[in-house]
Design a protein around this ligand. Sequence first.
Ligand SMILES: Nc1ncnc2c1ncn2[C@@H]1O[C@H](COP(=O)(O)OP(=O)(O)O)[C@@H](O)[C@H]1O
Ligand SMILES: [Mg+2]
Length: 281
Amino acid sequence: MSQPALLPTIVRTPLLIAAALLAARALHGVLATARGQALAGQCRSRRIITERQQAQQQSHSQLRELSAALQTIREEERSHISRELHDDLGQLLATLRMDLSLLRQEAPGSLSADALLHNMDQLLLTAIASLRRIAGNLRPRALDEGGLYFALHGLRHDFVQRHAIVCELLAVEEELVLDDSHSTAIFRIVQEALTNIARHAQAGHVRLRLRREDGALLITIEDDGRGIADEDMDKAASFGLIGMRERVWAVHGDIVIGSDGSRGTRIDIRMPLPARAGPPQ
Ligand SMILES: Nc1ncnc2c1ncn2[C@@H]1O[C@H](COP(=O)(O)OP(=O)(O)O)[C@@H](O)[C@H]1O
Ligand SMILES: [Mg+2]
Protein backbone atom coordinates (compact mmCIF):
# COMPACT_ATOMS: atom_id res chain seq x y z
CA MET A 1 0.00 0.00 0.00
CA SER A 2 1.29 3.46 -0.88
CA GLN A 3 2.37 5.84 1.79
CA PRO A 4 -0.04 8.82 2.22
CA ALA A 5 2.94 11.12 1.69
CA LEU A 6 3.31 9.70 -1.76
CA LEU A 7 -0.30 10.44 -2.80
CA PRO A 8 -0.81 13.41 -5.05
CA THR A 9 -1.55 16.59 -3.14
CA ILE A 10 -4.93 16.92 -4.83
CA VAL A 11 -5.99 13.53 -3.40
CA ARG A 12 -4.18 14.00 -0.12
CA THR A 13 -5.76 17.34 0.76
CA PRO A 14 -9.45 16.23 0.82
CA LEU A 15 -8.43 13.07 2.66
CA LEU A 16 -6.52 15.07 5.23
CA ILE A 17 -9.44 17.51 5.57
CA ALA A 18 -11.88 14.59 5.99
CA ALA A 19 -9.57 12.91 8.50
CA ALA A 20 -9.10 16.17 10.35
CA LEU A 21 -12.86 16.73 10.35
CA LEU A 22 -13.48 13.22 11.66
CA ALA A 23 -10.77 13.62 14.27
CA ALA A 24 -12.13 17.02 15.27
CA ARG A 25 -15.65 15.63 15.55
CA ALA A 26 -14.40 12.67 17.55
CA LEU A 27 -12.33 14.95 19.74
CA HIS A 28 -15.34 17.23 20.19
CA GLY A 29 -17.41 14.23 21.15
CA VAL A 30 -14.79 13.01 23.60
CA LEU A 31 -14.38 16.50 25.05
CA ALA A 32 -18.14 17.01 25.26
CA THR A 33 -18.58 13.65 26.96
CA ALA A 34 -15.68 14.37 29.28
CA ARG A 35 -17.03 17.85 30.01
CA GLY A 36 -20.50 16.38 30.48
CA GLN A 37 -19.14 13.70 32.77
CA ALA A 38 -17.11 16.26 34.66
CA LEU A 39 -20.18 18.47 35.03
CA ALA A 40 -22.34 15.52 35.99
CA GLY A 41 -19.59 14.42 38.36
CA GLN A 42 -19.45 17.90 39.87
CA CYS A 43 -23.22 17.98 40.23
CA ARG A 44 -23.21 14.50 41.71
CA SER A 45 -20.44 15.23 44.16
CA ARG A 46 -22.10 18.57 45.01
CA ARG A 47 -25.34 16.67 45.62
CA ILE A 48 -23.54 14.03 47.72
CA ILE A 49 -21.85 16.78 49.75
CA THR A 50 -25.19 18.56 50.26
CA GLU A 51 -26.87 15.32 51.27
CA ARG A 52 -23.99 14.57 53.63
CA GLN A 53 -24.23 18.05 55.14
CA GLN A 54 -27.99 17.67 55.55
CA ALA A 55 -27.50 14.25 57.21
CA GLN A 56 -24.86 15.75 59.52
CA GLN A 57 -27.13 18.68 60.42
CA GLN A 58 -29.98 16.26 61.05
CA SER A 59 -27.90 14.01 63.29
CA HIS A 60 -26.58 17.07 65.16
CA SER A 61 -30.08 18.28 65.85
CA GLN A 62 -31.17 14.74 66.86
CA LEU A 63 -28.21 14.59 69.26
CA ARG A 64 -29.22 17.96 70.71
CA GLU A 65 -32.81 16.76 71.16
CA LEU A 66 -31.58 13.53 72.74
CA SER A 67 -29.29 15.29 75.16
CA ALA A 68 -32.11 17.71 76.07
CA ALA A 69 -34.42 14.72 76.62
CA LEU A 70 -31.79 13.05 78.81
CA GLN A 71 -31.42 16.21 80.89
CA THR A 72 -35.19 16.31 81.31
CA ILE A 73 -35.28 12.64 82.32
CA ARG A 74 -32.54 13.27 84.89
CA GLU A 75 -34.35 16.32 86.27
CA GLU A 76 -37.67 14.42 86.37
CA GLU A 77 -36.00 11.57 88.25
CA ARG A 78 -34.47 14.00 90.74
CA SER A 79 -37.74 15.81 91.36
CA HIS A 80 -39.51 12.45 91.72
CA ILE A 81 -36.98 11.28 94.34
CA SER A 82 -37.13 14.62 96.12
CA ARG A 83 -40.96 14.46 96.17
CA GLU A 84 -40.86 10.94 97.58
CA LEU A 85 -38.31 11.91 100.25
CA HIS A 86 -40.30 14.99 101.17
CA ASP A 87 -43.84 13.56 101.06
CA ASP A 88 -43.00 10.18 102.45
CA LEU A 89 -40.02 10.22 104.80
CA GLY A 90 -40.33 13.94 105.60
CA GLN A 91 -43.96 13.57 106.70
CA LEU A 92 -43.20 10.48 108.77
CA LEU A 93 -40.29 12.14 110.59
CA ALA A 94 -42.35 15.29 111.26
CA THR A 95 -45.15 13.16 112.77
CA LEU A 96 -42.62 11.23 114.86
CA ARG A 97 -41.23 14.50 116.22
CA MET A 98 -44.73 15.67 117.18
CA ASP A 99 -45.45 12.34 118.89
CA LEU A 100 -42.17 12.66 120.80
CA SER A 101 -43.06 16.09 122.13
CA LEU A 102 -46.53 14.79 123.15
CA LEU A 103 -44.87 11.82 124.86
CA ARG A 104 -42.74 14.15 126.98
CA GLN A 105 -45.93 15.58 128.47
CA GLU A 106 -47.33 12.16 129.41
CA ALA A 107 -46.63 10.30 132.62
CA PRO A 108 -44.29 7.37 131.90
CA GLY A 109 -46.20 4.07 131.78
CA SER A 110 -49.61 5.75 131.37
CA LEU A 111 -52.08 4.42 128.81
CA SER A 112 -51.73 7.44 126.53
CA ALA A 113 -47.91 7.21 126.70
CA ASP A 114 -48.15 3.54 125.66
CA ALA A 115 -50.50 4.44 122.80
CA LEU A 116 -48.08 7.12 121.61
CA LEU A 117 -45.13 4.72 121.82
CA HIS A 118 -47.05 2.12 119.81
CA ASN A 119 -47.90 4.75 117.16
CA MET A 120 -44.26 5.87 116.99
CA ASP A 121 -43.15 2.27 116.53
CA GLN A 122 -45.56 1.87 113.59
CA LEU A 123 -44.34 5.14 112.07
CA LEU A 124 -40.74 3.96 112.34
CA LEU A 125 -41.60 0.68 110.60
CA THR A 126 -43.29 2.60 107.78
CA ALA A 127 -40.29 4.93 107.53
CA ILE A 128 -37.91 1.97 107.22
CA ALA A 129 -40.10 0.42 104.50
CA SER A 130 -40.25 3.77 102.63
CA LEU A 131 -36.51 4.20 102.86
CA ARG A 132 -35.99 0.69 101.48
CA ARG A 133 -38.40 1.38 98.62
CA ILE A 134 -36.80 4.72 97.69
CA ALA A 135 -33.27 3.30 97.92
CA GLY A 136 -34.43 0.24 95.95
CA ASN A 137 -35.74 2.52 93.19
CA LEU A 138 -32.41 4.32 93.04
CA ARG A 139 -30.44 1.11 92.85
CA PRO A 140 -32.28 -2.24 92.78
CA ARG A 141 -30.72 -4.19 95.66
CA ALA A 142 -31.85 -7.46 94.12
CA LEU A 143 -29.29 -6.89 91.34
CA ASP A 144 -26.45 -6.84 93.86
CA GLU A 145 -27.86 -9.53 96.09
CA GLY A 146 -28.99 -12.19 93.65
CA GLY A 147 -28.16 -11.00 90.13
CA LEU A 148 -30.35 -10.16 87.15
CA TYR A 149 -32.37 -13.40 87.07
CA PHE A 150 -33.35 -12.98 90.71
CA ALA A 151 -34.06 -9.25 90.25
CA LEU A 152 -36.33 -9.91 87.24
CA HIS A 153 -38.26 -12.51 89.25
CA GLY A 154 -38.72 -9.84 91.93
CA LEU A 155 -40.08 -7.40 89.33
CA ARG A 156 -42.43 -10.04 87.95
CA HIS A 157 -43.64 -10.99 91.42
CA ASP A 158 -44.33 -7.35 92.44
CA PHE A 159 -46.09 -6.69 89.13
CA VAL A 160 -48.41 -9.69 89.53
CA GLN A 161 -49.13 -8.78 93.17
CA ARG A 162 -49.89 -5.13 92.47
CA HIS A 163 -51.80 -5.36 89.20
CA ALA A 164 -53.25 -8.88 89.13
CA ILE A 165 -52.05 -9.37 85.54
CA VAL A 166 -50.61 -12.76 84.56
CA CYS A 167 -46.89 -12.45 83.84
CA GLU A 168 -44.57 -15.22 82.64
CA LEU A 169 -40.80 -14.98 82.82
CA LEU A 170 -39.01 -17.35 80.46
CA ALA A 171 -35.28 -17.25 81.10
CA VAL A 172 -32.38 -19.44 82.21
CA GLU A 173 -30.43 -18.20 85.22
CA GLU A 174 -26.95 -19.03 83.82
CA GLU A 175 -27.66 -17.04 80.66
CA LEU A 176 -28.40 -13.94 82.72
CA VAL A 177 -25.08 -13.72 84.53
CA LEU A 178 -23.96 -10.41 82.99
CA ASP A 179 -21.83 -7.42 83.90
CA ASP A 180 -23.32 -4.52 85.83
CA SER A 181 -24.00 -2.19 82.90
CA HIS A 182 -25.92 -4.83 80.95
CA SER A 183 -27.79 -6.13 84.01
CA THR A 184 -28.84 -2.63 85.07
CA ALA A 185 -29.92 -1.69 81.53
CA ILE A 186 -32.05 -4.85 81.16
CA PHE A 187 -33.57 -4.45 84.63
CA ARG A 188 -34.57 -0.81 83.94
CA ILE A 189 -35.95 -1.64 80.49
CA VAL A 190 -38.14 -4.47 81.83
CA GLN A 191 -39.19 -2.25 84.76
CA GLU A 192 -40.29 0.55 82.40
CA ALA A 193 -42.03 -1.89 80.06
CA LEU A 194 -44.00 -3.40 82.96
CA THR A 195 -44.88 0.07 84.29
CA ASN A 196 -46.17 0.99 80.83
CA ILE A 197 -48.22 -2.19 80.60
CA ALA A 198 -49.78 -1.49 83.99
CA ARG A 199 -50.49 2.16 83.08
CA HIS A 200 -51.51 2.01 79.45
CA ALA A 201 -52.07 -1.48 78.04
CA GLN A 202 -55.20 -2.89 79.72
CA ALA A 203 -53.57 -6.28 79.27
CA GLY A 204 -54.45 -9.61 80.87
CA HIS A 205 -51.26 -11.46 80.02
CA VAL A 206 -47.60 -10.50 79.76
CA ARG A 207 -44.68 -12.61 78.60
CA LEU A 208 -41.01 -11.77 79.20
CA ARG A 209 -38.50 -13.88 77.29
CA LEU A 210 -34.72 -13.60 77.55
CA ARG A 211 -32.32 -15.94 75.79
CA ARG A 212 -28.82 -15.96 74.39
CA GLU A 213 -28.17 -16.49 70.70
CA ASP A 214 -24.98 -15.94 68.67
CA GLY A 215 -23.22 -13.89 71.33
CA ALA A 216 -26.23 -11.66 71.91
CA LEU A 217 -29.08 -11.52 74.39
CA LEU A 218 -32.54 -11.50 72.80
CA ILE A 219 -35.25 -9.94 74.93
CA THR A 220 -38.94 -9.95 74.05
CA ILE A 221 -41.63 -8.25 76.11
CA GLU A 222 -45.16 -8.93 74.89
CA ASP A 223 -48.58 -7.98 76.21
CA ASP A 224 -52.08 -8.69 74.92
CA GLY A 225 -53.46 -5.22 75.63
CA ARG A 226 -54.78 -2.42 73.44
CA GLY A 227 -51.57 -2.09 71.42
CA ILE A 228 -49.36 0.91 70.86
CA ALA A 229 -50.06 3.45 68.12
CA ASP A 230 -47.29 5.11 66.08
CA GLU A 231 -48.21 8.52 67.48
CA ASP A 232 -47.94 7.13 71.05
CA MET A 233 -44.24 6.59 70.42
CA ASP A 234 -43.63 10.24 69.54
CA LYS A 235 -45.38 11.88 72.52
CA ALA A 236 -43.31 14.94 73.38
CA ALA A 237 -43.53 14.58 77.15
CA SER A 238 -43.04 10.81 77.28
CA PHE A 239 -39.56 9.69 78.14
CA GLY A 240 -40.09 6.06 79.08
CA LEU A 241 -39.70 4.71 75.55
CA ILE A 242 -36.92 7.22 74.77
CA GLY A 243 -35.04 6.08 77.88
CA MET A 244 -35.55 2.45 76.88
CA ARG A 245 -34.12 3.04 73.38
CA GLU A 246 -31.27 5.09 74.85
CA ARG A 247 -30.29 2.27 77.22
CA VAL A 248 -30.29 -0.26 74.37
CA TRP A 249 -28.26 1.97 72.04
CA ALA A 250 -25.78 2.71 74.84
CA VAL A 251 -24.79 -0.98 74.80
CA HIS A 252 -24.84 -1.08 70.95
CA GLY A 253 -28.10 -3.02 70.75
CA ASP A 254 -31.21 -2.75 68.58
CA ILE A 255 -34.78 -2.26 69.71
CA VAL A 256 -38.08 -2.55 67.86
CA ILE A 257 -41.28 -1.41 69.54
CA GLY A 258 -44.65 -2.00 67.94
CA SER A 259 -47.90 -3.82 67.76
CA ASP A 260 -47.59 -7.15 65.98
CA GLY A 261 -50.74 -6.90 63.92
CA SER A 262 -53.16 -8.78 66.14
CA ARG A 263 -53.42 -7.47 69.68
CA GLY A 264 -51.02 -6.01 72.16
CA THR A 265 -47.58 -4.46 72.17
CA ARG A 266 -44.32 -6.21 71.52
CA ILE A 267 -40.81 -5.00 72.27
CA ASP A 268 -37.90 -6.86 70.70
CA ILE A 269 -34.36 -6.13 71.81
CA ARG A 270 -31.10 -7.58 70.58
CA MET A 271 -28.18 -6.80 72.84
CA PRO A 272 -24.75 -7.89 71.68
CA LEU A 273 -22.75 -9.23 74.63
CA PRO A 274 -19.03 -8.56 74.74
CA ALA A 275 -17.02 -11.52 76.05
CA ARG A 276 -16.61 -9.71 79.37
CA ALA A 277 -20.41 -9.25 79.79
CA GLY A 278 -20.88 -12.71 81.09
CA PRO A 279 -19.57 -16.27 81.35
CA PRO A 280 -19.47 -18.55 78.27
CA GLN A 281 -22.84 -19.59 76.93
N1 LIG B 1 -47.60 -1.59 76.54
C1 LIG B 1 -48.23 -0.53 76.04
N2 LIG B 1 -49.51 -0.64 75.58
C2 LIG B 1 -50.17 0.41 75.08
N3 LIG B 1 -49.64 1.65 74.98
C3 LIG B 1 -48.40 1.85 75.42
C4 LIG B 1 -47.61 0.78 75.98
N4 LIG B 1 -46.40 1.27 76.31
C5 LIG B 1 -46.42 2.57 76.00
N5 LIG B 1 -47.62 2.93 75.47
C6 LIG B 1 -47.98 4.25 74.93
O1 LIG B 1 -46.79 4.92 74.59
C7 LIG B 1 -46.74 6.17 75.26
C8 LIG B 1 -45.32 6.54 75.58
O2 LIG B 1 -44.80 5.75 76.64
P1 LIG B 1 -43.68 6.33 77.59
O3 LIG B 1 -42.62 6.91 76.71
O4 LIG B 1 -43.27 5.25 78.53
O5 LIG B 1 -44.37 7.53 78.35
P2 LIG B 1 -45.41 7.55 79.57
O6 LIG B 1 -45.51 6.16 80.12
O7 LIG B 1 -44.79 8.51 80.54
O8 LIG B 1 -46.70 8.05 78.97
C9 LIG B 1 -47.65 6.03 76.43
O9 LIG B 1 -48.18 7.26 76.85
C10 LIG B 1 -48.73 5.11 75.91
O10 LIG B 1 -49.71 5.83 75.18
MG1 LIG C 1 -43.76 5.04 80.63
